[in-house]
Design a protein. Sequence first.
Lengths: 358, 293
Amino acid sequence: MTPAPDTAPASAAGSPDSPGSPDDVLTVRNLDVAVGGRKLVEDVDFTIRAGERVGLIGESGSGKSLTALSVMGLLPEELRATGSVRLAGVGHDLVGADEARMSRVRGKEIAMVFQEPMTALNPTMKVGRQIAEVLLIHRTRPDRASARAAAVELLAQVGLPDPAVAADAYPHQFSGGQRQRVVLAIALANDPALLVCDEPTTALDVTVQARVLDLIVRGVQDRRSAMLFITHDLAVVATACERVMVMYGGRVVESGPVREVFTRPRHRYTQGLIGASDLTVVDDRGRLVTIGGSVPPAGEFPAGCVFRNRCAQATEVCATRPEWVATGPDSGYACFHPVSGSGTPGTGTPTNQEAGRG
Amino acid sequence: MAEQPTSAPLAPGPRTGPADAISVRDVTRDYRRPRTSLRHPSPPVHALRGVSFAVPAGQRFGIVGESGCGKSTLLRILAGLDRPTSGSVAIDGRDITGLRERQLRFVRERLQLVFQDPMSSLDPRMRVGDIVAEPLVAQGHGNRRERVAELLEAVGLRADAADRYPHQFSGGQRQRISIARALAPRPKIIVADEPVSALDVSVRAQVLNLIADLVDELNLTLVFVSHDLSVVRHVCDRVAVMHNGQIVETGATEQVYEDPRHSYTRRLISAVPTLGKALSGVSAADLNREYQP
């Protein structure tokens, strides 16, 4: 993925990050989410263009799910978002938009797939009707008959065998992976400009995960939709996305093309995360690389650099907040003691034998 | 999608000997679903279909499989929480299949369990000290406070953790608490059911290292169950791959991973996403494709 601007329209390296570029689908600026006086998400800034698949990784309490919920206007009542979230083709800011406006956007311009498919589906309604419903509500199909036909077609697209029969089944009659495919069919029904996925495959078995990931990527590619993909699993992001943002303590601490971030991480947290998730690199006692300490509860991260209480490189300067160092249009990091850019760190490289498999 | 001739399910008659911490011979377990018809009973569900394996003392044995493969049923039987329909299970050379609950006490002392979700396996109304001491109470050990402090230290928690409640701890710390509880009666065998699947990446490595340290120091036999073959590869010496209630392949972990014989094992390995694979260009579509040698 070398930056070759304007050769392939769907490639990750599109036009530079000029505000209001016609390809921009989602533009998030200075997004904060707070409860009481505590900031849970701070100063999140990013753009996703048409056809771009962007991953958002982080551990529990990093604020990744809150970021996604802010984009969709689904934050719990006690949380307040400030800043700006703009979606191409929608005339108003999504931050602060009332439910009536958001419900016109949700399911049409923005669609989502969550971790637990059973809670996303209505247990008392046949799945075909649930898909048809989203087409009728947003008036993308004129009547029940054509909505039903489209629903069956969508079930076929997500690979359910015998889609016409599946349309007449209830959610409990499906397995977990099949349910997630139904949720995906609903999400893709109106060809959304943006698909938000929050840990969509975390609850699934490996072989089922592979299936669902494939369907998600194909679904957004076919529609040239933008995708925001949230997960704690680095390997899943690297497989499904072109670009990645690393969140920790409510902030984006590093971002860039997947290959760059995962082979030459700059932020110490990214470096630690890659090391800790690599189960093939061990020390002479056979032990894995770890990050010391544990993730603090949301809202209780240290001031200044949020990672400094777990970072071996931290010095006094880290008590002040590190500035964002841009290394490209969509890449950069916020760290006073970054991993040197030239050398390859021992942990982040694809060292292993399994690289050739698959 | 070349359907490979699969290797024989298992070489018959695994070697068992007196040194085996666990030996499982030809275990089956059938369940019956609730009746749906007045005239016919529901067909039985064959959760386990002739499972045999042996774990020598001190080995780290992995069981890999997806939901519904029978691995949870197998664990319940190993722990004496369920009985096989046929076949036999021996712990430290003693057959446990015919024993009554009261006679299973030695199993509870020798073999302890660690579960996936520490939140649902720790009583939220009990203090950590009491949680860790509970197996000691049940088995009538004395001098519990001292032992609890020792255990908390062994799993990397401060002694004052004993006075707090589970919700005051993070996921990784809670898993440390359940490990401390499992170690309390000085078991020789630890059976861990997906112990790191619910943990954050940075914490997962810590807990895996802790398990490895404890297994080494205390000379434990470890049975490690996971859906994730790469975790098992790191932790275990030998692995059994389960599918549809049967062990379809077993062998040294490295060998099974590098040279899988059974088509299901190959499918399982090729479906696991890794950073290395992704960075060398393996896409989601590739993971989903059937393994092609």
